[in-house]
Design a protein around this ligand. Structure first.
Ligand SMILES: Cc1ncc(COP(=O)(O)O)c(C=O)c1O
Length: 402
């Protein structure tokens, strides 16, 4: 199956060949409910008619130009993203990792511009995940990802919610930037509290540290607001986006606030492909849907799914906690979620497993009420086949603060 491809992924056996909305169809014709959405990407689901028409049209006009030429769609997407996020300028990328690289370079450049070039270090949060390139990997907390690639950029990690330590570290280290995921996706769908996000904002302002919010997973409406940090009323200096931004086409963005919009000088950062007419056309279809009220649907379906998951928590001792916001939800179990995820897959519901013991549930924004009910029924039927505890695995269970 994986012939000729590097063995970096554990892939499932099915070959998915089509889909509609939150449903995926494999090569045998079997349908699955897709509550993973290509890892929190396919916001408009599969087989979206308007997206297909726009892409067909664009392919017949111009697909690629490079950034040596202007294109109206690139500028329209930039302007609309900035309006939705209180930012002033965008740098487009092809992925989340690249958006993080842009943010790191921008922070370093901003320090040089201020005459504080000695401020080169970064502070990030424990359980954070920011990508796989050497810069983004340096910020990623899980040692499993970093260890084989040492040495990496020095990063100081602070535990989420530990405001006192964060204050001490920012005041003493004077880093270039603090990097935060307002909802930690790979870290187990942990929602950072509004008081912590606000305190981080205040501390960054006080110490002249750039506040970078990585909203690659939590942004673009997944939590019911365009940015997760908007629930807390916090505006960072820089925000990174990717995943659903172009409804499944590879695109990311690093957005900077007014004070940092002109940080880079000409030629200091670039990308051959990024922000081209094809991906921007897709992004415009997504942003049109957002404008038409898609995030209201995220809020409604999110509330429905959450209350169903909370009922499952009451009914099944194996369920430890329901986490998340909007349609970025996690069901934390009392033991590894791996076997439960496989059983759900077998039963026709696609989700994945994050942080070992959490089922990550991130359906397309266009998921319907009846599909949410079906997913809850599949979860109920599957959880019923599992014991409340798995004694062999429980011995190794992580000691994690609730
Ligand atoms: C919060 C966060 N940051 C960065 C990344 C890296 O994005 P990409 O895989 O598009 O490079 C991810 C990917 O899962 C992510 O969830």
């Amino acid at each position: 199956m994986d012939e000729g491809v590097m063995k970096t992924y554990g892939r499932a056996d099915e070959v998915f060949v089509g889909g509609h909305g939150a449903v995926l169809q494999d090569s045998t014709g079997r349908e699955f409910l897709d509550f993973l959405a290509g890892i929190a990407v396919s916001a408009l689901g599969h087989g979206h008619a308007e997206l297909a028409a726009a892409l067909r049209d664009q392919v017949g006009k111009v697909v690629h130009l490079s950034n040596l030429f202007r294109h109206p769609y690139t500028e329209q997407v930039a302007t609309r993203l900035c309006a939705l996020t209180d930012m002033s300028a965008a740098f487009f990328t092809n992925s989340g990792t690249e958006a993080m690289e842009c943010a790191l370079k921008l922070a370093r450049r901003a320090m040089h511009n201020r005459g504080e070039g000695e401020r080169t270090s970064f502070v990030a949060l424990e359980q954070g995940f920011h990508g796989r390139s050497l810069g983004a990997l340096s910020l990623t907390w899980n040692e499993k990802y970093r260890k084989p690639f040492q040495p990496l950029q020095h990063v100081t990690w602070v535990a989420p919610e530990d405001t006192a330590t964060l204050a001490r570290v920012l005041r003493s280290e004077k880093p270039a930037a603090l990097i935060i995921e307002p909802v930690q996706g790979e870290g187990g769908i942990r929602v950072l509290s509004a008081p912590f996000l606000r305190a981080a904002r205040e501390l960054c302002t006080e110490t002249g540290t750039l506040l970078v919010h990585d909203e690659i997973q939590s942004g673009c409406g997944r939590t019911g607001r365009f940015l997760a940090a908007q629930h807390a009323g916090v505006i960072p200096d820089v925000v990174t986006l990717a995943k659903p931004i172009a409804a499944g086409l590879p695109m990311g963005a690093c957005l900077a606030s007014k004070a940092f919009a002109d940080t880079f000088h000409k030629g200091e950062h670039g990308s051959t492909f990024a922000g081209g007419p094809l991906v921007c056309r897709a992004a415009l279809v997504f942003l049109d849907e957002v404008e038409r009220g898609l995030l209201g649907q995220v809020q409604e379906r999110g509330a429905q799914l959450r209350s169903g998951l909370e009922q499952l928590q009451r009914d099944f001792p194996i369920v430890r906690e329901v986490r998340g916001l909007g349609l970025m939800l996690g069901l934390r179990l009392h033991h590894s979620a791996d076997l439960v995820q496989k059983a759900l897959h077998h039963n026709g519901l696609l989700v994945n497993c994050t942080a070992g013991d959490v089922l990550r549930i991130v359906p397309p924004y266009v998921v319907t009420g009846p599909q949410v009910e079906t997913a809850l029924q599949l979860l109920r039927a599957t959880l019923a086949t599992f014991p409340a505890t798995a004694p062999t695995e429980q011995k190794n269970e992580k000691k994690e603060k609730p």
